[in-house]
Ligand binder design. Structure first.
Ligand code: 5GP
Ligand code: MN
Ligand code: MN
Length: 320
């Protein structure tokens, strides 16, 4: 039986779900989780949403109708639905024991997902996990209207870079069209989504862009966010979102690297133009992601991280 049908049937036949997505959630993680909550609601199921790191400030405009727990609920669910997690670790530490004892629906689209669930539906071609939740909704006869439509749309635009990346399939645009037909207005939706920045964020990003550098004959661009800069400008890790995409579009650049100082180590984000695979680079350093967008953490200081990433990406460019 095709997996989509199998998952749809099992969702319809089961009850008592805990739905979660990866830590530091992005638009796909939150969008797919909230959409799954709406879908299960529409089916009359008992559902709890959980994310170990909570909702980031830039998504506060979403105002979900039910709380997203940051601690495990006292009442244990029978089923876990794990969304947009390329590996079990991405779900966070708190949930780890239940991943071993409960029925786990692993619904994801990352390369190299190790199939950690009881049921694993890993669709690498799907633009986003939100698109997969949309497919489930269709299968179960639930229309992509209202909040369900908004949440799926958020996931679609987040993971496709507003329908610009290669993962934008005809099916992705057909789903977006269906959501628009059912009433979503893209203008107000995008305005709400984008109007979350502060002036301090803009100015900090200006400083980082001024310090952007090119390497490997202009094929690599690099930006760095230091804790010192965050302190000086009253900003934080939240305010770095998406800037790495901006530096990818310098003419001649094939790979953009963003490095961000964390309490422990350096969080790296990689973005590449279509012909270069950065997932393999991230994977080498214990991270992961997709062919053209990947990330991870390096336990070293900023200077070492710079040298390490530039070298690893240069080697990858040599292969393509
Ligand atoms: P970002 O650079 O925006 O944090 O992440 C880009 C992509 O890489 C996302 O698909 C995300 O799931 C993946 N990614 C980012 N950080 C990590 C990480 O620490 N581990 C793994 N496995 N994947 C990551
Ligand atoms: Mn994600
Ligand atoms: Mn995703």
């Amino acid at each position: 039986m095709p997996l989509l049908k199998q998952i749809a049937e099992q969702l319809r036949d089961a009850d008592n779900f805990l739905v979660l997505a990866h830590v530091s959630p992005d638009g796909d993680a939150l969008g797919s989780m909230l959409a799954m909550g709406e879908l299960l609601d529409a089916l009359g199921k008992k559902v709890v949403l959980f994310n170990e790191s909570g909702i980031p400030r830039r998504f506060e405009w979403l105002t979900p109708k039910r709380e997203i727990l940051t601690r495990l609920p006292e009442e244990e669910p029978d089923n876990l639905i794990v969304l947009d997690c390329g590996s079990a670790e991405r779900a966070g530490e708190l949930i780890a024991p239940w991943l071993k004892t409960k029925k786990v629906f692993n619904i994801d689209h990352h390369l190299g997902n190790p199939m950690f669930g009881t049921l694993n539906w890993v669709e690498q071609r799907a633009s986003s996990v939100g698109e997969m939740v949309g497919m489930l909704a269709r299968k179960l006869g639930v229309p992509l209207v209202g909040l369900l439509g908004e949440y799926v749309y958020l996931a679609l635009i987040s993971d496709t870079g507003d329908f610009c990346f290669n993962n934008t399939r005809p099916e992705t645009l057909e789903m977006a069209a269906e959501i628009l037909r059912l009433g979503l207005l893209p203008g107000p939706f995008h305005e709400q989504k984008q109007s979350t920045g502060k002036l301090s964020q803009l100015q900090m990003r200006g400083t980082v862009l001024q310090q952007a550098r090119l390497y490997a004959d202009g094929q690599i661009s690099l930006i760095c966010f230091t804790r010192e800069l965050f302190e000086q400008t009253g900003t934080g890790p939240e305010d770095t979102e998406g800037l790495v995409n901006t530096v990818l579009y310098v003419n001649g650049v094939q790979v953009a690297i963003s490095l961000r100082e964390e309490e422990q180590g350096i969080k790296f984000s990689l973005r590449s133009k279509s012909s270069t695979n950065v997932q393999t680079v991230a994977f080498r350093f214990g991270g992961g992601g997709h062919r053209n967008a990947a990330g991870g953490t390096l336990l070293m200081d900023m200077e070492q991280a710079k040298a390490t990433m530039i070298q690893a990406v240069t080697e990858e460019l040599g292969k393509s």
